[in-house]
Ligand binder design. Structure first.
Ligand SMILES: Cc1ncc(COP(=O)(O)O)c(/C=C/C(=O)C(=O)O)c1O
Length: 356
C-alpha cells in the first residue's frame, strides 16, 4: 500500500502536482468508545500534524498552489485553517497571510500561526467579515492563492476521512460532523459517494451536522425544513472554531445532509462544554469545544431518537483540546495546595473520601 496518509489515495485526488507538500497528515486513529455506551467510534482528527482535520485539505491545496507557481497564500480563519495554512506554507517555503476575527481565536491556534510565521491580519468583527475580505481580495489580487474551503482542493483532501473510515470500519450508519463554514461535512459525504461510484461500497451513512445554538444558520434551516439558511450577523458560541454566521459552503452541506437522509442538530454551549469534559473523563480523549460538539450532538440525537445506540456511529473529532486551553480550564477540577510533608495524608483522605 502506498503510504498511509492523505496521498495514499492519490488516484482519487484529481489534479497533477509538480510537488507534494506533506507533513504526513491523515491516517488518524478510529477509536472505539469504551465507557460511553453505544456502537460508537471517534475519528480523532486532533492527531493530525497541526492538530485538526484542516491538514488533510491543506496538503492538497498548498501542493496545488506550489504547482501553479504561487508564492503567496491567504486564508480567513477562526483559527485552525490559519494554523494549518501557516504550517503548510512554511513547509512549502512560501509566504502566508491569515485574516482573523480579533480577540475570537483560541490561544493555541493563534500561537501556532505565530510560530509557523504567518503574517497575521486581525479584523474587528466576526469570521464572516474576514472571509468577505479574503473573497474580495481573491477577485482583485490574483497573485495570492486562497486557501479557504471554497477552494475545491481543500475538500479533495478532507474527503479522505471517508476513505479511512471505510477501510477500517466499513460503512457506518451515521457520521456526525460539527459544522462551521460547512466544507467538511460535504467533503466527507463526497468521499463516501465516490466509493459508491467506483463500487467499493453500496450505501453511504447518514450525514448528521451539528451546530452551536448561537451559530446555527444551516441547522436551523434544516430543522425548519427551509431551503436557505437565515445568515447570522453576530454569531456567538464558546466553540469559537464554528462561530460562523454565513457559511460559504452552506449549499454543499445542505445537499450532503439531505441526499444522505441525514439531519442537523443544534446544541447549547453548556452541552458542548459538558461533552468536552465527558469525552476527556470517560474516554481519555481531549478535543476542543467545536470538536466535542459532535458528541453533544450524538447525545441529543440519542435522546431525541434520531439515532439509536446500536447503530454504528462515527463522530468526527475535528480538533485537539490543546487548541483551546481556556476552554479546558472551565472544567471543574480538584486543586489542593499541600504541604509536601502532608501529601500522604491528603491522598489517603481523598481515596477514603475523608478529607474535609
Ligand atoms: C475544530 C473544528 N471543528 C469543526 C470545524 C467546522 O468545519 P467546517 O464546517 O468545514 O468549517 C472547524 C472549522 C474551522 C474553520 O472554519 C477555520 O479554521 O477557519 C474547526 O476548526
Amino acid at each position: 500500500l502506498r503510504g498511509k496518509g492523505v496521498w495514499r489515495y492519490k488516484e482519487l485526488i484529481p489534479g497533477s502536482y509538480k510537488s507534494i507538500v506533506s507533513i504526513n497528515e491523515g491516517n488518524t486513529p478510529l477509536i472505539k468508545s469504551s465507557n460511553i455506551n453505544g456502537n460508537l467510534y471517534f475519528k480523532f482528527e486532533g492527531l493530525n500534524p497541526t492538530g485538526s482535520f484542516k491538514d488533510r485539505g491543506m496538503t492538497v491545496a498548498v501542493s496545488s498552489a506550489v504547482s501553479l507557481d504561487y508564492k503567496t497564500v491567504i486564508a480567513a480563519s477562526t483559527g485552525n485553517t490559519a494554523a494549518s495554512a501557516s504550517a503548510y506554507a512554511a513547509r512549502a517555503g512560501i509566504k502566508s497571510f491569515i485574516v482573523l476575527p480579533k480577540g475570537k481565536v483560541a490561544l493555541g491556534k493563534l500561537a501556532q500561526s505565530i510560530l509557523y510565521g504567518s503574517v497575521i491580519l486581525e479584523v474587528d468583527g466576526s469570521f464572516d467579515v474576514a472571509m468577505d475580505a479574503v473573497m474580495k481580495l481573491y477577485k482583485d489580487l490574483k497573485i495570492v492563492y486562497p486557501l479557504n474551503s471554497f477552494n475545491p482542493w481543500r475538500l479533495e483532501g478532507q474527503k479522505t476521512i471517508a476513505f479511512e473510515i471505510i477501510e477500517e470500519l466499513g460503512v457506518p450508519d451515521n457520521v456526525i460532523v460539527p459544522v462551521g463554514n460547512a466544507g467538511n461535512i460535504y467533503a466527507i459525504w463526497k468521499g463516501f459517494n465516490e466509493l459508491v461510484k467506483v463500487g467499493v461500497i453500496d450505501r453511504i451513512p447518514r450525514m448528521i451536522g451539528v451546530q452551536a445554538e448561537g451559530a446555527s444558520p444551516i441547522a436551523s434551516a434544516i430543522i425548519k425544513g427551509k431551503d436557505t439558511p437565515d445568515f447570522i450577523e453576530n454569531p456567538d458560541t464558546i466553540a469559537t472554531a464554528i462561530r460562523i454566521g454565513k457559511p460559504v459552503n452552506w449549499q454543499k452541506a445542505v445537499r450532503a445532509i439531505k441526499e444522505s437522509g441525514g439531519t442537523a442538530i443544534i446544541v447549547s454551549d453548556s452541552e458542548i462544554l459538558d461533552a468536552q469534559k465527558t469525552l476527556a473523563r470517560k474516554e481519555g480523549i481531549g478535543a476542543e469545544p467545536a470538536s466535542a460538539t459532535a458528541l453533544a450532538g450524538y447525545f441529543k440525537a440519542i435522546n431525541d431518537k434520531i439515532v439509536d445506540k446500536d447503530e454504528k456511529t462515527v463522530l468526527i473529532l475535528t480538533g485537539h483540546s490543546l487548541k483551546d486551553p481556556d476552554s479546558m480550564t472551565k472544567a471543574d477540577a480538584k486543586r489542593i495546595l499541600v504541604n509536601p510533608l502532608h501529601i500522604e495524608k491528603i491522598i489517603l483522605g481523598e481515596i477514603n473520601g475523608s478529607n474535609s
